[in-house]
Write a protein that binds this ligand. Structure first.
Ligand code: SAM
Length: 377
């Protein structure tokens, strides 16, 4: 086989699906799902695509991106902004996403205390002096519980037909497996981490060159961060910050509880009214419930026994839905935790009976809602 057709064969063989960059993000995401870190930072985050994927991982509460290139971050950073749906239905977790412009070889106190730090296709962009400084800053100073480093495997390059020497013009080096592993093992030993090697993008059968992307997963051996290093000065420039609406924030919790209470009260009121109408039809009132049932409400017997119990009851044109009944619904119960908290959150926001024990609903209003078909029938 001549060289040209050999390269064509390899080109067919090494087309990765999904593309390798997506496989790298997926790899990180899987580790996040497994280890459930709360604070995650992506060093060399570029256009924020990995951060965007990670923002959907519910365990993460703090997500930080760092890149030396402000423009490349700014290009797509809007994808990290909360969406209208995030405000309509705030999440139970809190989430803050921040982007900093700065170098991975400079120490900034905002990078300490992370559970996981990712460096995906970053180290090969570092100059020799930067690479020298990198372990001290990332492993020594930031010292997160877990560090994921990926970098091209130089041994794979001959299988990539378009690659001449390195895969990108900005790469300062590309390492073979031994070089990467020696570097990683040395750092792990120096900074008290374990390291395991893996990779993505398997070579074609019969080619013993290792994965296209080589990966080291480092895990800190010691539990505590120890004494914080004397570095108080903030040197990174913050270029983006988004605080997502969260039910941990009293304001959003109150909105969620109020709308849930009103919705439950209306559903219960409507159920009660429907039941009373069908009772009356059975008793021979003989009217069309969907036409003018409110007119007949006055004739319907009032369930005296329901007063003071958990059951909703009607008095005149008003339906009373006891708060204890609403509190018994799992969602309200989960949101509030205690009955006292429920009362506190809705006071002044929801129409309540004089003694505050029931939500009051105007039966006429429920009928109007029905006309607008707001309830599924
Ligand atoms: N991690 C991203 C990914 O996998 O899609 C992007 C990787 S990109 C190939 C390398 C990124 O590292 C670039 O956005 C570059 O600006 C950034 N970078 C290079 N040197 C850096 C440094 N000293 N500190 C922080 N970021 C750096």
């Amino acid at each position: 086989m001549d060289v040209k057709s050999q390269k064509e064969e390899f080109a067919r063989a090494v087309r990765f699906r999904p593309p390798l960059y997506k496989q790298r993000y997926q790899f990180v995401k899987q580790l996040v799902m497994k280890h459930k870190p709360k604070k995650v930072a992506d060093l060399g985050c570029a256009d924020c695509r990995l951060l965007w994927m990670l923002k959907f991982c519910n365990c993460i509460e703090v997500l930080v991106g760092l890149d030396i290139n402000e423009d490349v971050m700014k290009e797509k950073m809007h994808i990290l902004t909360p969406l209208p749906g995030d405000y309509i239905q705030p999440s139970e977790r809190s989430l803050t996403i921040t982007l900093h412009q700065g170098s991975v070889v400079h120490k900034d106190p905002c990078m300490r205390g992370f559970d996981m730090i990712t460096c995906i296709e970053l180290i090969e962009h570092l100059e020799a002096q930067e690479l020298e400084k990198f372990p001290e800053v990332v492993f020594g100073f930031m010292s997160p519980s877990m560090i994921i480093i990926s970098t091209p495997n130089f041994e794979f390059n001959p299988l990539l037909p378009t690659v001449k020497l390195f895969r990108h013009s900005d790469h300062k080096f590309e390492w073979n497996r031994t070089e990467f592993q020696n570097w990683a093992l040395d750092i792990a030993a120096r900074y008290d981490y374990t390291v395991e090697f893996t990779g993505l993008g398997a070579p074609p059968p019969g080619k013993d060159v290792g994965f296209c992307t080589q990966i080291g997963v480092f895990v800190r051996k010691y539990l505590e961060n120890g004494e914080p290093e004397k570095c108080k000065e903030h040197i990174y420039k913050t270029v983006f910050k988004a605080v997502y609406p969260s039910l941990k924030d009293e304001k959003y919790l109150q909105n969620a509880v109020v709308s849930e209470v009103i919705q439950m009260a209306q559903i219960l009121a409507r159920t009660l009214l429907d039941r009373r109408i069908s009772d009356s039809v059975e008793r021979g009132f003989g009217f069309q419930p969907h036409r003018c049932f409110l007119k007949y409400l006055d004739y319907l017997p009032l369930a005296e026994a329901d007063r003071g119990s958990m059951q909703p009851f009607i008095d005149g044109q008003t339906v009373y839905v006891p708060l204890v009944k609403i509190f018994s619904f799992p969602k309200v119960n989960h949101l509030c935790g205690t009955f006292e908290r429920l009362s506190k959150l809705i006071t002044g926001k929801v129409a309540l009976s004089d003694d505050g024990s029931a939500v009051v609903i105007d039966a006429e209003y429920v009928k109007e809602l029905e006309n607008y078909q707001m309830f599924p029938v």
